[in-house]
Design a protein around this ligand. Structure first.
Ligand code: CAO
Length: 476
């Protein structure tokens, strides 16, 4: 039976309205997609309250000593959930190294393992392996710095990990990359020597020197953290993990690259900014040690300041930057050097740098290093006081920015640590103390991996997360 005309008209109108609404919705979705590139709209939350940069990223931290822990602590500072796996009863070897408080975790450990949770697992125990495999499935990144081959010997080859979790990023620190030394164990100073830092550090007439900054360990940890963040970003497109490797030799060389620059410059003549040139001492085939010469194009040197006779750190670094040469001449009472052809232009000054710096030192010795800083900075002359670790520890501005942080610890009390040196306006770092050995074992087994209370009791009884009494006693 035919419908009444009115009813049909009504239905057509409603359908037309519906399809119009659909078109408008589609168009506006396309429009907003086009505007935001398909990415989330900017958060309306105030800066610093929209979570942390790496929130949601889960790190299986299989690191020890310094290089790996530096990396995972930085990731923790950025908001990642870092689960540190340690050997039952012993833990990271640094817990007991260079101990200053009897029975408490050392500063070596506590200052490199903040913002982490600790679980003890015997990775060679069959049940321990099962737990590790669950962690691999749960986490985004595995970071390790075992000796070459150790991870494979645990049965955790790249192929196996990738099969368990194709999205997992496996990041490693090793001493050397593929080549003649790839199987060697490496510590900080070995890397400084192999990466070109030691041969170019120190005074020309002395032996090679290692630096106080841990460029081999901590420096490589920073490089790996960078690699992990890049791999996480790439994974958003590819959907798969990858291996990330930074060899300590390569990390040090990256930081010493200006010396490889100078090695190549040597072919074209002497390195005129090195004091050796001013002293008329011929250059050999390799970049020499340059004492306190500046590594850049502006000559510099360390100069004594008032009190140097008693205070080993009463020194200032002074840079004779060409742009402020006239101000330097006025400051040190040598206005005639502004026009003297032997001093007025940088190339003329190069053979006279020794005399120039000793003349400037006559002036700096009349001032404290902080007075030198105040006076010179007003004139735009680049200088730097040689700060002792005591001065750095007590410096209020470093406390205010969170670069030096005091943390409370249940067994050792308060200690200072270095907070996040990278400041971000929308990812604020809260520094948390390092965990006690195995402090979060049960929490991770139950809340992260979903083991039941009965299963946890079985795991405990199996010996996979607890150490034999002998080992516990040795570690205490
Ligand atoms: N359960 C059971 N066994 C564990 C374990 C756990 N949770 N964690 C580690 N182990 C085992 C490893 O499997 C390894 O056993 P195998 O030798 O049988 O394979 C053993 O502990 C020792 O590991 P390691 O060889 O890495 O440690 P080491 O003290 O002998 O060497 C270091 C230390 C740093 C020289 C070496 O790890 C290395 O060269 N790492 C790479 C470079 C690096 O990071 N160096 C910087 C260190 S900071 O100065």
């Amino acid at each position: 039976m035919a419908k009444p005309r009115n009813a049909r008209k009504h239905k057509n109108k409603a359908a037309a309205k519906k399809s119009l609404r659909k078109v408008i919705k589609l168009a506006s979705a396309r429009k907003s997609k086009g505007k935001s590139n398909g990415l989330p709209r900017p958060s309306s939350r105030p800066y610093g309250q929209a979570g942390k940069a790496l929130e949601g990223v889960k790190i299986l931290d299989f690191t020890h000593v310094q290089s790996g822990p530096t990396c995972t602590q930085l990731l923790g500072y950025m908001g990642a959930d870092v689960i540190k796996v340690e050997r039952p009863g012993v833990g990271d070897i640094t817990r007991a190294q260079l101990r200053d408080v009897k029975g408490a975790d050392s500063l070596y450990f506590t200052m490199l393992n903040g913002n982490k949770r600790s679980i003890t697992i015997d990775s060679k125990h069959p049940k321990g392996k099962q737990i590790l495999e669950r962690l691999i499935k749960h986490c985004d990144v595995l970071v390790e710095n075992f000796a070459p081959g150790a991870l494979d010997r645990m049965g955790l080859t790249w192929e196996h990990i990738h099969k368990l979790n194709p999205r997992m990023i496996v990041a490693s620190v090793k001493g050397f990359g593929p080549g003649p030394y790839e199987d060697c164990k490496v510590y900080e100073n070995v890397a400084q020597c192999a990466g070109g830092s030691a041969s170019t550090t120190g005074f020309r007439d002395g032996p090679p020197l290692v630096t106080g900054a841990q460029i081999g360990d901590s420096g490589t940890g920073v490089h790996v953290a960078f690699g992990i963040c890049a791999a996480l970003y790439q994974r958003t497109r590819t959907g798969r993990g990858q291996k990330v490797l930074c060899a300590m030799q390569d990390g040090v060389l990256n930081l010493a690259r200006v010396k490889l620059r100078d090695q190549q410059r040597l072919k074209h003549g002497p390195l005129t900014e090195y004091s050796q040139y001013a002293e008329n001492i011929p250059f050999g085939e390799a970049v020499p040690r340059a004492g306190n010469d500046s590594g850049g194009g502006q000559p510099g040197w360390v100069l004594k300041c008032k009190g140097w006779e008693m205070d080993p750190d009463a020194y200032s670094y002074f840079i004779t930057q060409a742009a402020v040469w006239e101000a330097i001449c006025d400051l040190i009472g040598k206005p005639e050097w502004k026009t003297d052809p032997d001093y007025a232009k940088p190339p003329a000054r190069l053979p006279r740098l020794r005399h120039i710096f000793s003349t400037i030192e006559q002036w700096t010795m009349t001032k404290t290093k902080f007075e030198v800083m105040d006076i010179c900075n007003k004139l735009d002359i680049p200088v730097g006081p040689i700060l002792s670790m005591k001065e750095i520890a007590e410096e209020p501005s470093l406390r205010a920015t969170g670069t030096v942080v005091e943390v409370d610890h249940p067994t050792r009390g308060k200690y200072l640590t270095v907070g996040n040196p990278v400041k971000m306006s929308d990812s604020i770092t809260e520094v948390r103390r390092s965990p006690l050995l195995g402090e979060h074992t049960e929490e991770i087994l139950s809340k992260v991996l979903g083991y039941s209370a009965r299963e946890i009791e079985e795991i405990k009884a199996s010996g996979a997360i607890t150490a034999p009494e002998k080992e516990k006693a040795a570690a205490a």
